[in-house]
Design a protein around this ligand. Structure first.
Ligand code: MG
Length: 377
């Protein structure tokens, strides 16, 4: 057993621009060219290290610049000189040291868990309560405005054994969404289909369009309207028997409480980048379950390091029962940052059993893709 009482001495940051292989359109915006993430490395007195990733998206959670500043200026002083064992105290202080910036807090807790896990040779899932599953069904998003390219992707997903796809809707027009749902129903009956509007509908259009889409019987329909339209979410939920999922409407436990009280959803997307960490993500899922609501493991535009953090959280959280969408490292980035590929087998994400996160970023890649960094010489 390693020494968790040792102090954290190093705090290094990289802001990366990672090239991507296709354009992705969502109801609230697009990603094209690169996706931007911020990587944190903590080092302790005996030379052990732990990594965490923040994966912000400006239209959804926040910006990479704000994430970098939150970590570098406001969270660094709470961490350097603290003991590795003081994770709960550090995260409590972090919650109040800077408002919002949930992706920065997720990166911090990930790095603290990775560091503690490496020091005591335990996987992160063990530090989060133990494991309830060894593999997690993967959902891959269909979000290319050029549907011909997505048809190629569907063939690749089928070859890889992926059984769930999530159709991103509400970024072009209703006819485009219906055409793609018809294509999936006729040509790809082997896939379980989920629909995600990412807030793309107006309150005027939402009732009719959601009713039309529900006719296709998707597993669920996610976040048709803006995050703050709780009343319309509750109304849409009553319009159809297809479960309605909340994503942008529910960031952390505080939103989950209100969402359950106001009856806006049948389930929730749990993301460490929204909740501000893995333990708060677990809290969201447990609150959902206590209200009879389901949960799945969502993500942002992430590299493999954030995927690993989400994988450990889901492995330790039985309430997150609808799978995950950690597809970007394998199906979206031109090159991931991990030394070993993020493991997916037969359409399932494999839960790592090694110490910490069970995977490490390649520092040469961090330096290669960095547009700014704060790294000790
Ligand atoms: Mg979503």
């Amino acid at each position: 057993m390693g020494d968790l009482s040792q102090k954290i001495t190093g705090f290094d940051l990289w802001h990366l621009e990672l090239p991507v292989t296709s354009r992705r359109d969502h109801g609230i915006g697009s990603v094209e060219g690169v996706c931007e993430v911020v990587i944190l490395r903590l080092t302790s007195e005996d030379g052990s290290y732990g990594f965490g990733e923040a994966s912000p998206w400006s239209v959804f959670t926040g910006t990479p610049e704000a994430t970098f500043a939150a970590l570098n200026r406001y969270l660094r002083p709470l961490v350097v000189g603290a003991r590795v064992s003081d994770r709960a105290a550090i995260m409590t202080r972090a919650a109040y040291a800077v408002a919002h910036c949930t992706e920065a807090k997720a990166a911090l807790e990930t790095a603290l868990l990775d560091l503690a896990g490496r020091i005591c040779a335990a996987p992160v899932w063990a530090l989060l309560g133990g494991k309830c599953r060894d593999a997690i069904p993967l959902s891959c998003s269909i979000a290319n405005p050029d549907f011909a390219q997505d048809i190629d992707l569907l063939a690749r997903l089928q070859d890889d054994g992926v059984g769930i796809v999530k159709l991103k809707t509400g970024f072009k027009d209703h006819a485009f969404d219906i055409m793609r749902l018809e294509y999936l129903a006729q040509n790809c009956p082997q896939f379980s289909v989920r629909v995600d509007y990412n807030q793309g509908l107006t309150i005027e259009d939402a009732p009719n369009q959601v009713r039309d889409v529900a006719q296709f019987g998707p597993d669920f329909i996610e976040q048709p309207v803006r995050s703050h339209h709780y009343g319309m979410m509750a109304k849409l939920r009553r319009l159809t028997d297809v479960p309605l999922l909340a994503d942008e409407s529910v960031f952390g436990p505080e939103d989950m409480e209100r969402a359950a009280r106001e009856g806006i959803c049948d389930g929730v997307s749990v993301k460490i980048m929204k909740s501000g960490g893995l333990t708060r993500g677990q809290t969201v899922a447990r609150m959902a379950a206590a209200h009879g609501l389901s949960a799945y493991g969502g993500d942002m535009f992430e590299a493999g390091l954030a995927h690993l953090a989400g994988t450990h959280m889901i492995a330790a959280t039985p309430e997150i029962s609808l799978g995950c969408e950690f597809y970007q490292a394998s199906y979206f980035l031109a090159e991931d940052i991990l030394e070993e590929p993020f493991e997916i087998k037969n359409g399932q994400v494999i839960v790592p059993n090694g110490p910490g996160l069970g995977g490490t970023p390649d520092v040469a890649k961090l330096n290669h893709y960095a547009v700014s960094k704060a790294v000790a010489a």
